[in-house]
Design a protein around this ligand. Structure first.
Ligand code: NAP
Length: 382
């Protein structure tokens, strides 16, 4: 029986993780869970799971008064919850944005295993994560579908044998739209992903292709591969999630339906093979298409790859500007193309420096959030 602590239990990945846990109650026990604003949904888990710890925003904490055996932390202190979890528990990090970094670092420094969906952790804190892995002897298992696919294709082989890896991108909500039309798109247009049903932010990141930049960085950190060996291509069907070209000429690809429960179960089960019925009929798919990501089509992809290669605090700058801009877009306060503008503005304003400490990184993250929020509050963006 594995003890599971689920960070971000009320989000898209969190809820799908709960589906998987509920289907395998003989293998997993949920002992910790967090939410930010979805206090009721988090409290509902208490009746069904042997929770020992939760974290939620202050205004929802009274919901847990009737469970005196459960320790309730503020949502900003998820790292404390992780620090008090049994070392043998597995952390599933399904948090959104750079808020996932501190809990991941805490878990890794304690030598725990983190099943990671929260890619922003690796984008902003790659060097700190690597140091924490070395210090604590913990492990990261990817949940992101492309990286879970790569992990499958790597089984029985080693990273040194890789010639290059390819991760695929659907092209997002606006893949068939001329760039000129993007100025007018609405939030509801942007949230219509052609293949996947996901949280709002990652759906937006897929539309701008920032998500693919994040995934390239994620692959770079997770598999210790140089950027020259990581390629992203457009693949509109989202059936092949990733492939590895080995130096001996073999190419292994991972196929599957767009269903995150599959990589979630893979990460949770480790070496076992628990049953899950996925709906997949290759004869109904017909054909698969692959094409390059043309320069200029997704400006945030082009820019993001330059930032990725440069490394340093610019990664935290890019991520924080993107997070704030997406929140503002979802709130109807800025236009879709302002997301790009916000990222460019932040990268122009803040200098790039090496990532030395967590404190410096978090200070940059906060400074960028303030800078972008104030800029758009003043209404001088258009
Ligand atoms: N969704 C997918 O299919 C998918 C696929 C691959 C990778 N990912 C990655 O997985 C992560 C989660 O994505 P998602 O789509 O599941 O997001 P989501 O639906 O927005 O859920 C985010 C979860 O984190 C909580 N949360 C949000 N902001 C927080 C903060 N500042 N501090 C603490 N908790 C916070 C939310 O709580 P409330 O519900 O209370 O707001 C919710 O439980 C992202 O990094 C994403 O890129 C997602």
């Amino acid at each position: 029986m594995k003890d599971i602590v689920l960070l971000g239990a009320t989000g898209s990945i969190g809820r799908q993780t709960l589906d998987v846990l509920n289907s395998h109650r003989d293998a997993f026990r949920l002992i910790g869970a967090t939410a930010r604003q979805s206090g009721e949904a988090l409290a509902a888990l208490c009746a069904d799971h042997p929770l020992e710890q939760v974290a939620v925003s202050l205004e929802h904490q009274a919901l847990f008064d009737r469970y005196p055996h459960i320790t309730c932390y503020d949502v900003t202190q998820i790292d404390k919850l992780v620090a008090h979890a049994p070392k043998t528990a597995v952390i599933v990090n399904a948090l959104l944005g750079s808020a996932g970094l501190k809990p991941t670092l805490t878990a890794l420094k304690r030598g725990m295993t983190v099943l990671l969906a929260n890619k922003e952790t690796l984008v902003v804190g790659g060097p700190l994560i690597k140091a924490a892995l070395a210090e604590g002897g913990g492990a990261i298992v990817p949940i992101d579908s492309e990286h879970a696919a790569l992990a499958h294709c790597l089984r029985g082989r080693c990273v040194e044998d890789i010639d290059k890896i390819i991760i695929t991108a659907s092209g997002g909500s606006f893949r068939d739209m001329a760039r000129a039309a993007l100025a007018e798109v609405t939030v509801s247009d942007a949230l219509k992903h052609p293949n996947w049903s996901m949280g709002a932010k990652i759906t937006l990141d897929s539309a701008t292709m920032m998500n693919k930049v994040f995934e390239v960085i994620e692959a770079h950190v997770l598999f210790d591969l140089p950027y020259e060996k990581i390629e992203a291509v457009l693949h509109r069907e989202s059936i092949v999630h990733a492939m590895i070209h080995y130096q001996d000429g073999n190419i292994l690809a991972h196929l599957g339906p767009a269903d995150m429960r599959i990589p979630i179960l893979s990460a949770l089960q480790g070496e076992s093979c628990l049953p899950y019925r996925s709906v997949f009929d290759i004869t109904k798919i017909g054909s698969l298409h692959f094409e390059p990501i043309h320069e200029g089509r997704y400006p945030l992809f082009d820019l993001g790859m330059v930032v990725a290669r440069a490394g340093g605090l610019h990664l935290a700058t890019m991520n924080a500007a993107n997070e704030v801009a997406i929140e503002l877009f979802l709130a109807g306060r800025i236009q879709y193309l302002d997301i790009e503008a916000a990222v460019v503005m932040a990268l122009d304003h803040f200098p790039n420096e090496p990532v030395t400490t967590l404190e410096a990184l978090l200070a940059r993250d906060q400074a960028v959030r303030t800078y972008i929020s104030e800029h758009f509050q003043e209404g001088d963006s258009r």
